[in-house]
Design a protein around this ligand. Structure first.
Ligand code: MRU
Length: 373
């Protein structure tokens, strides 16, 4: 497998739409074009909010890079992209036997699994693709590839339905007039469409509830400032951007009635990994007696891990902190620690909103009831 070639991706650049009422973003977060020899097109999230750029991804190495560089990001979107990435990885496996095709599948799974370590959805999607191909080695490679493309499309379509279900269920938690603090980006960009935590807010808006959202900018890569602010403005939701470090003050001023975030991996006891800074928000919410909710699909649960200390935490390059977005902001040579995620203990989480209902209280037993099997 060629891991050195960079991208054959082609850029399609458009100006972003100006904020316009309730419009969703004008192009799909991800879409597959064509049949088994087709390609993946997705929004390059590193270019927002200044430019809306779609990347055409035609090989697995480009896709691996896109995940690593957060061009496609957010736990569910990473899982969907990886499923299509398997289809890209198998495009060179048409000539040989079914067994050779499955060997290439294993290589592709192992390769994509090294792109980012924390989001459970990546491993969940790779596992589902692998299981779908089990026992198919007697079939010609084209038939195996056709089946796997169908499974990737199923994963994609199911995520749409799941996001809308989470939104509908979660909206009941949002009272008219509520102030909501959110972190990172959990909207349509992070999923197939609509989102997880943000879908709850979009559904509340559909119910004609007035809400005001405080968006933590989400240092160091500013997913809140760049992406969540863009999505909320596009939908006409009243929102205020704050520095991450302003959260305590905003809570103390009584502006926040609930905190709502997404998740990257949830252990069997409910400990939840999410974007760095989430744990601090949960502690602050607890100190101010504000409910702290997590919205996540069942594909984000990893019941093989007993508790959050077993969740692998991605370490990102120092330059994201010292030289974010090309501007040197710290002296060369300074020591840096840059974990991309932290783990919020289950006891700080009021409830987890899933497509199958609420997990409340957040403990091993309730998780097993809702997310088990
Ligand atoms: O590093 P990122 O931008 O991929 O981190 C994303 C998050 O932390 C999200 O909150 C999480 O994936 C949930 S997305 C619905």
């Amino acid at each position: 497998m060629n891991r050195t070639s960079d991208s054959k991706s082609k850029l399609v650049t458009q100006r972003p739409d100006t904020p316009s009422g309730r419009a969703v973003h004008p192009v799909a977060t991800l879409r597959w074009e064509g049949g088994i020899d087709g390609h993946l097109v997705f929004i390059d999230q590193t270019r927002l909010p200044n430019e809306l750029v779609q990347l055409e991804c035609r090989d697995i190495t480009s896709l691996w890079n896109a995940i690593k560089e957060l061009r496609v990001r957010g736990a569910p979107a990473i899982g969907i992209a990886a499923a299509y990435g398997i289809c890209l990885g198998l495009q060179s496996a048409s000539g040989g036997s079914g067994a050779a095709c499955l060997h290439r599948l294993q290589e592709s799974v192992d390769y994509l699994a090294t792109s980012r370590p924390t989001a459970a959805n990546l491993f969940w999607a790779l596992d589902r693709m692998q299981r779908a191909a089990a026992g198919l080695e007697q079939l010609p490679p084209v038939a195996i590839r056709q089946r796997l493309l169908e499974v990737a499309q199923e994963i994609h379509a199911e995520d749409r339905a799941i996001c809308h279900a989470i939104g509908r269920l979660g909206a009941e938690l949002i009272e008219d007039g509520a102030g909501v603090l959110t972190h990172c980006n959990t909207g349509g960009l992070a999923t197939s469409e609509y989102g997880t935590a943000l879908s709850v807010l979009f559904s509340a808006q559909d119910d004609h509830k007035n809400i005001h959202v405080f968006i933590g900018e989400t240092r160091p890569l500013l997913q809140g400032a760049r992406l969540t602010a863009w999505e909320l403005l596009n939908r006409g939701i009243s929102a205020t951007l704050i520095c991450d470090s302003a959260a305590a003050q905003v809570m103390k001023e009584g502006r926040v009635q609930l905190v709502l975030t997404g998740a990257d991996r949830i252990a069997a006891n409910g400990d939840t990994a999410n974007k760095i800074g989430t744990y601090a928000l949960a502690l602050l919410a607890h100190a101010h007696a504000i409910p702290f909710y997590v919205a996540a699909p069942l594909s984000t649960f990893d019941l093989s891990l007993p508790a959050g200390d077993a969740i692998p935490i991605e370490q990102r390059p120092a330059e994201e902190i010292t030289r974010g977005f090309g501007q040197q902001t710290a002296p060369t040579g300074v020591d840096v620690y840059n974990p991309a995620f932290d783990v919020t203990p289950a006891q700080l989480i009021t409830a987890i909103i899933t497509e199958r209902g609420f997990i409340r209280p957040v403990d091993r037993e309730t998780i097993q009831k809702v997310a088990g099997s």
